[in-house]
Design a protein around this ligand. Structure first.
Ligand SMILES: *Cc1c(COP(=O)(O)O)cnc(C)c1O
Length: 367
């Protein structure tokens, strides 16, 4: 029997892509703010309902660059329940991560824990819209305003997510996206930063091109994170089919929920009122006592049946050697994050899952 993978990349039509490659070959302009790059930035800003987008080569460099651009130093309050890149971006800037616990209702940073972790060295908050579920952006902003802190959202999971018709990517000072192959929308490797004004976009565009502000002028110690024309063209084609992909994912989520709703010891998130979700992940949480099997037992049982889930996010970032010595990384500080990491399995979730695939996944879990 075929293996059911946790994700599968959304690929553009090959012939259409070849047509655009022909245009690039003819133009001989293959990178450095070419016409596909410009078109993709504009198309993404429109699709995402945000004022400005700057493309990057992946989703990690915009995090690193946002911290540079805002001159963030000292300590930044963040979540242990994320992909390691969130914290690595702080480390690469010589910033000390201060971990606080999550709200078990969403998996996002718990605003109640933020205030208690603020010290005179705190300069910013870096929350993550984990699984594309919106953080409590209003409360986080209120705390930031009260203490004069910046807010940078790692929105790698939150492509196209809206609350009451408005993009959550407009929250905070900046938001960053990842367009990695495994994400809802991909450019193979790729990413972006979302910002509020033209001046900031200008500065970010300098920073991602070594700090060049003109032929002979370098205004900052920038980095190289320019997206090339091939991947920009690929991204333009994928943007045309991302709504259909999200609709297909939604069907899978609805089927999972229907089938698992009455399974004792298995819980999952429901849609939030007023939110346009992107169904980027479908995490379930296993209560070993009620379910009669541990998370890992279920995970390996699924694997034996050719169904590849993912224990995402496990282990917590605070368990990795680089970070576990930090005072805020002690488990007693992060009980909800530890519980979530110990019980989670992300089920297969992508646009190409068939009804049979979904049934096979469900049959591994429902007994
Ligand atoms: C994928 C991801 C990133 C990193 O993105 P890349 O494009 O792989 O560099 C950062 N943060 C989170 C939460 C992610 O899931």
């Amino acid at each position: 029997m075929d293996t059911i993978t946790v994700t599968s990349p959304l690929l553009p039509d090959l012939e259409e892509f070849q047509g655009l490659l022909r245009e690039i070959w003819d133009s001989k302009w293959i990178t450095n703010n070419g016409s596909f790059h410009q078109r993709l930035e504009e198309a993404l800003a429109e699709y995402l309902k945000v004022p400005y987008v700057s493309l990057f080569t992946n989703g990690t460099l915009p995090l690193i660059t946002a911290l540079q651009a805002l001159r963030i130093t000292g300590e930044v309050i963040t979540t242990p329940y994320s992909f390691v890149a969130t914290t690595h971006a702080l480390w690469w800037n010589g910033i000390k991560p201060v971990f606080v616990d999550i709200d078990p209702a969403t998996g996002g940073i718990d605003p109640d824990c933020i205030e208690a972790a603020i010290t005179p060295k705190t300069t910013a908050i870096m929350p993550v819209h984990v699984y594309g579920k919106p953080c409590d952006t209003e409360r986080i902003q209120a705390i930031a305003d009260k203490y004069g802190l910046r807010v940078i959202y790692d929105a790698a999971h939150a492509f196209g997510v809206e609350v009451d018709g408005k993009s959550i990517l407009n929250a905070g000072d900046m938001s960053t996206l990842s367009f990695h192959a495994t994400k809802v929308y991909n450019t193979i490797e790729g990413g972006a930063m979302v910002m509020h004004d033209a001046k900031t976009k200008q500065r970010i565009d300098y920073l991602k091109n070594f700090g060049f502000a003109g032929e002979t002028e370098v205004v900052a110690p920038g980095i190289n994170s320019k997206m090339d024309e091939m991947r920009s063209a690929y991204g333009l084609l994928n943007l045309l089919q991302v709504d259909a992909a999200i609709a297909a994912r939604r069907k899978v989520a609805v089927a999972y929920r229907e089938a698992l709703r009455d399974t004792e010891g298995i819980t999952f998130f429901d849609d939030m009122p007023g939110v346009r979700h992107n169904y980027s992940y479908f995490p379930i949480f296993v209560d070993a006592e009620k379910y009669g099997m541990t998370r890992d037992e279920l995970y390996f049982r699924m694997r034996d049946a050719g169904v590849l889930g993912r224990r995402y996010f496990y282990p917590l970032i605070t368990e990795f050697s680089t970070y576990r010595g930090l005072p805020s990384a002690v488990p007693e500080n992060l009980p909800h994050a530890h519980r979530m990491a110990a019980t989670v399995i992300c089920l297969p979730m992508h646009h190409a899952l068939t009804q049979d695939d979904v049934e096979r996944v469900i049959n591994c879990i429902v007994r």
